[in-house]
Design a protein around this ligand. Structure first.
Ligand code: HMG
Length: 749
């Protein structure tokens, strides 16, 4: 009988995943439930510009590498996350891969079993026309309802196989056992985005059907359990596969049912499943690839048993023989690179990816650009999906200047907040200061929009508005004029900005004008921040920088860091009057910084986290506090000398990790800040109580010259319980804060 089987293989999954550890944290569940109970480690998550077509095309590109595409007689596309009720996903792939016109195309559906149905059809087609080859693509996005028990079994991936009469990977043997039963264990009506799942019931049916197909298989062939060296199972949950294997061994009279042995026997075949999640139709064949990739021993001539299961339900058991050349046919290094270079998503981004949806109104829409393979979903127009060849890595983002090509992308920049450890106020008079970037961040996301407006969505302020470039220039002009009036003493610093939002608008238009860049299309600028506003943690500097940096990356401008400092400084002046530049510098570079007269030197990050107490937004701005101090103390050289000495003492104490010296320096620093009048009385009382408890604390940042709040207070304490009860007494909350080496940086570019 003629050999028929898998000749070549291609594999693709998304560049992004969500770690099960982060998932467990977000859902407040024990991670062992997933690692041990279900065998899950990572979920593959498709980027907004990927779908079953782009993923399938990426896998097929690899499978077709050494195939004459004119030999392809049919393309069978197995999926249960199809994009259209009528048109096959395969037709889009046909175009992307330039396949011959004389080629049958169809999409197959029977839940996860569809790829096995396609494989058996492919074998029959090739039997009839041995000179033809069949391209089989399985591509799926397993998506479940958020917060449902099935959520952790999400995943995505595609596998493509060329089926021919000269199989170089696996010969498919003719015998099979098949079983169909009408059950409702998992189904997705046309009007639903996610399936209905009877999860536990589905697992029981999966196991029951295994027995049925095995019985049928045994009645059709002489091949016995012991003639099969390896097993691949449909892998929705690796732990269920282990249970299935144990069951099959037991019904075949095997006595070695030790969990550890079962796990070892399946280890190579399940490696990808642990890290991809469920890949539905592709899962069984990705398991074969995993087995061939992760087994060191030469498997040529070995028999593999396959259990295919698709809810609803259809199951099938069949076998195949691994071919001599299989190793040459699998590009393990490319797959390894693809798996290892994947990027973890934060919980926030996981939600954003999950919630992304194409418009259903038929309007023209371009998907944001993320890291993809060779093909991507470009967008949708008039209800038709548009695909394109993705630009190469690092060349994937283009400035939106050409309304005809409408190249688009999303840029996100994050910038840390800071704490001034020592030297606030004295830095304005040329004294040294120590500052540290901390793990609180401002974030700006920029994406194109088809309207010509520049829209600002400042999430922390719940502010949304849109402007023309011309209006933004008028705002900039007004703010520059107002700042001149402040310099001439005509108005106070608080009167320069009408609203805090204007700072973002000023930063945006300043950068654009500075580089003479023309944004012809509109933009969405969204900012958010975990840095408390107006509390001395550099929230305005971090926001301004994240805006400047995101715009620069969006426009593909390679600006030196100094230019960001200069532009940021222009914006900061509007808020603070005479800023020192320290906030900007620290946020730009990250780490711990010794700063004097615009010169900065990096210091090692203090090893231990600090305690932070937020006493509330001061009634006076930094600008007002700086002006107040300037008017009273600017000429007092001895005072600024004392500030300098305390900063040096603190610097030495940090470097030698001397906690006692550090506490002394913090106390002295507090005494000086109190002397210049920036520590409100209530905060003074709080710090006195802290000192009495054997700890030390000081205001970080400008403090306040009005009211009883001074922004954040930094604290060094050994006895957390004691200081915590003092905080409670004053109605303050205690947090820890850690230094970060991360400066401003952009994501997604
Ligand atoms: P669940 O109901 O939340 O899980 O979700 P659970 O509470 O039963 O726990 C799962 C296991 O973890 C249990 O072990 C727990 O004891 C254990 P078991 O009793 O099963 O051996 N566990 C822990 N272990 C260690 N430390 C801990 C801990 N806590 C608990 N701290 C469920 C499980 C399968 C229901 C869910 O993931 C789900 O609904 N998944 C989707 C459906 C599915 O994948 N079904 C598989 C068969 S159907 C199929 O394969 C077809 C499919 O691919 C679709 C298609 O064909 O198209 C889905």
């Amino acid at each position: 009988m003629q050999k028929i089987g898998i000749d070549t293989v291609g594999f693709y999954t998304s560049h992004y995943y969500f770690d099960i550890e982060d998932f467990a944290k977000a859902r407040q569940l024990d991670v062992n439930k997933f690692h041990i109970g279900l065998g899950q480690y990572k979920m593959g998550i498709p980027a907004p510009d990927e779908d079953v077509v782009s993923m399938g095309a990426n896998a097929a590109k690899e499978a077709l590498q050494d195939i004459n595409i004119n030999d392809i007689g049919a393309l069978l596309f197995a999926t249960e996350s199809g994009i259209d009720q009528s048109k096959s996903a395969g037709v889009y792939v046909h175009t992307l891969l330039n396949l011959p016109a004389h080629c049958r195309i169809m999409e197959l559906k029977q839940a996860c079993y569809a790829a096995t149905a396609a494989l058996q059809i492919a074998v029959s087609l090739v039997q009839r026309q041995p000179n033809k080859k069949i391209l089989l693509i399985s591509s799926d996005v397993a998506r479940y309802a958020m917060h449902s028990p099935a959520e952790s079994s999400q995943g995505c991936g595609a596998i493509a196989m060329v089926i021919s009469t000269e199989p170089r990977v696996l010969e498919i043997e003719p015998a099979y056992g098949v079983y169909t039963e009408d059950v409702m264990d998992f189904w997705r009506p046309n009007y639903k985005e996610v399936p209905f799942v009877e999860g536990k019931h589905s697992s029981l049916v999966y196991l029951r059907v295994l027995e049925k197909v095995w019985d049928h298989f045994c009645s059709e062939t002489d091949v016995a359990f012991q003639d099969i060296q390896h097993f691949c199972y449909h892998s929705p949950l690796p732990r269920l596969v282990e249970k299935a294997h144990k069951l099959l061994k037991r019904i075949n009279g095997k006595s070695d049912l030790l969990e550890t042995h079962i796990r070892e026997e399946l280890d190579a075949a399940l490696k990808y499943a642990h890290d991809l999640g469920n890949t539905y139709t592709g899962a069984l064949y990705i398991s074969l690839l995993s087995l061939l990739t992760h087994t060191k021993e030469n498997l040529s001539g070995h028999r593999v048993g396959f259990y295919s299961y698709g809810s609803g339900c259809v199951g099938e058991f069949f076998t195949g023989i691994i071919q001599d050349n299989y190793r040459k046919m699998i590009d393990t290094s490319v797959h390894k690179e693809m798996m290892q270079s994947r990027e973890p998503l934060s919980y926030e981004d996981y939600e954003k990816f999950y919630q992304f949806a194409l418009p259903q109104t038929g309007e023209e829409f371009f998907t944001p650009r993320f890291q993809t393979g060779a093909y991507r979903l470009k967008g949708i127009n008039n209800h038709q999906r548009l695909y394109e060849v993705a630009q190469k890595k690092n060349k994937k983002k283009k400035l939106v200047t050409d309304p005809k090509t409408k190249e688009i992308f999303v840029v996100k920049a994050v910038s840390p907040g800071k704490l001034i450890l020592s030297g606030e106020h004295s830095v304005v008079y040329g004294g040294p200061a120590l500052a540290m970037a901390v793990d609180r961040f401002a974030e700006t996301t920029i994406s194109p929009q088809l309207s010509k407006m520049i829209s600002f969505n400042l999430l922390s302020f719940r502010y949304k508005d849109s402007f023309t470039i011309q209006t933004l220039r008028e705002i900039k002009h007004r703010l520059t004029h107002q700042y001149q009036r402040f310099l001439h003493g005509e108005i106070g610093i608080k009167e320069v900005l009408q609203t805090p939002f204007e700072l973002t608008q000023f930063a945006f238009i300043s950068l654009l004008d500075h580089v003479n860049s023309k944004i012809i299309d509109g933009l969405n600028i969204q900012t958010s921040s975990t840095i408390p506003v107006g509390c001395g943690m550099g929230s305005s500097a971090a926001s301004v920088l994240s805006v400047l940096y995101a715009i620069a990356r969006f426009c593909k401008l390679n600006l030196e860091k100094d230019r960001f400092l200069r532009l940021g400084y222009e914006a900061e002046k509007l808020q603070h009057g005479y800023p020192s530049g320290l906030d900007l510098y620290t946020s730009l570079h990250g780490g711990c910084v010794y700063f004097q007269n615009g010169q900065a030197a990096l210091r090692p990050l203090p090893a231990n986290p600090f305690f932070l107490v937020n006493t509330g937004t001061p009634d006076a701005t930094t600008g007002e506090a700086v002006t107040f101090v300037k008017e009273r103390f600017s000429e007092q050289k001895a005072l600024w000398k004392s500030f300098e000495e305390v900063t040096h003492a603190m610097d030495r104490a940090f470097q030698s990790n001397d906690c006692a010296a550090l506490q002394l320096a913090v106390r002295e620093n507090n005494r000086l800040l109190t002397h210049i009048g920036v520590v409100p009385e209530r905060v003074q009382q709080f710090i006195e109580a802290i000192e009495k408890a054997g700890a030390a604390a000081k205001v970080c940042g400008a403090g306040s010259v009005k009211g009883d709040r001074s922004g954040v207070v930094m604290m060094m304490a050994d006895d957390q319980e004691r200081v915590s009860s003092i905080c409670q007494r004053f109605g303050y909350t205690l947090e820890t804060v850690q230094g970060t080496l991360q400066g401003v940086e952009s994501l997604y570019d």
